[in-house]
Ligand binder design. Structure first.
Ligand code: FE
Length: 206
């Protein structure tokens, strides 16, 4: 039920729970009943990956790098420490490398083996990142993949593909778009979306 004054539309408001929701609920009840999960720990985990961990963290890192040359230098030299210093740490963020897009180089991140991904700065990976097609084609034909994502690179731009593993996870530092000199770090962060930090999109000034 919605509390009073909470009047915006919810897609499933008052509708019967979907089959998948019922199955998830039954599974959750069973895990709790068997003592396999702790409710508070589960709520904490859901809250973490719903509200506190996501691409907004990576966007804050990128915006700071764009506006603070000392921070950018540190980020490129020791990404793990520079990212941890902003409070973004945790599972799948233990060992980080940041790769910078320039006029000459465009970086693209993949995990060819599975779905290694920097959770503390990007959240959980999108389905396409985990697909066998992306995992294979990002390596074999990165320019074609980039074109399908709408990224057209000049022929003389070198494409570098980074294969994330359990030992090292990569974050792309995208190019700062022209015409954004007057923007604050928080306004810049709002321009930086998840895909730009995987390397399958470019940051556009609004
Ligand atoms: Fe992996």
């Amino acid at each position: 039920m919605s509390p009073p004054g909470h009047d915006h539309e919810h897609p499933h408001h008052d509708a019967a729970p979907s089959d998948i929701e019922q199955r998830v609920k039954r599974l959750e009840d069973l895990l709790i009943e068997k003592g396999l999960v702790d409710v508070a720990a589960m709520d904490e985990l859901v809250d973490t990956y719903t509200h506190r961990v996501g691409p907004q963290n990576g966007a804050a890192v990128v915006a700071r790098a764009w506006t603070d040359p000392d921070y950018k230098a540190w980020l490129l030299e020791d990404a793990t420490a520079a990212i941890h210093s902003m409070g973004y740490a945790g599972r799948q963020g233990e060992h980080m490398t940041v790769v910078e897009n320039t006029d000459e180089v465009h970086n693209l991140v993949v995990c060819t083996l599975c779905s290694c991904y920097p959770w503390p700065v990007l959240g959980l990976p999108p389905a396409w990142y985990k697909s066998s097609e992306y995992r294979a084609r990002a390596v074999s034909e990165p320019r074609a993949v980039l074109e399908e994502f709408g990224v057209a690179l000049a022929p003389d731009v070198e494409v570098r593909v980074w294969d994330s593993t359990a030992e090292m996870r990569y974050l792309v530092l995208p190019r700062r778009p022209a015409g954004t000199d007057d923007l604050s770090a928080s306004a810049l962060a709002a321009l930086v979306h998840r895909d730009t930090m995987i390397g399958v999109a470019l940051v556009e000034a609004h």
